[in-house]
Design a protein. Structure first.
Length: 133
């Protein structure tokens, strides 16, 4: 006959089953933790990549907006200078020398040919008086 009580093999089987279940749960938790960390790192890298992309797009958009603004400013400035030139050209016989000096400096600042040389209108500039100047 068997001298081992019945509860002992059942207890050992229960402990084995409990150990298997605990080992499985522990393995799943460890794997899930590593998976979560890996996903978090991937998500962070994607987020950093998106932020870099957005920063480049913002810089490009900023450059384009500044360029458009500068072009608009220079077109407006050119129209203004042409208007000033037309106004002076229409009044060339009674020009104010201070206005002509200012006009000459504006033209030179814009890289255009000046209308004064040694403080006198250049012949052929439209500002020279026919009396020898």
């Amino acid at each position: 006959m068997n001298s081992t009580p019945l509860w002992l093999p059942l207890a050992i089987a229960g402990i084995g089953l409990l150990g298997t279940i605990m080992g499985t749960v522990t393995g799943v938790l460890i794997a899930q933790r590593r998976s979560d960390r890996r996903e978090r790192e991937i998500w962070q890298r994607e987020r950093d990549r998106e932020q870099q992309l957005w920063a480049r797009e913002d810089a490009l958009r900023n450059f384009e907006q500044r360029r458009d603004t500068y072009v608009s400013f220079y077109e407006t400035l050119r129209k203004t200078v042409l208007k000033v030139y037309d106004t002076f050209y229409e009044r060339k016989e009674d020009y104010n020398s201070n206005e002509l000096v200012l006009y000459d400096s504006i033209r030179r600042d814009l890289g255009m040919a000046g209308v004064l040389q040694d403080g006198r209108p250049i012949p052929g500039s439209g500002w020279a008086v026919d009396g020898g100047e």
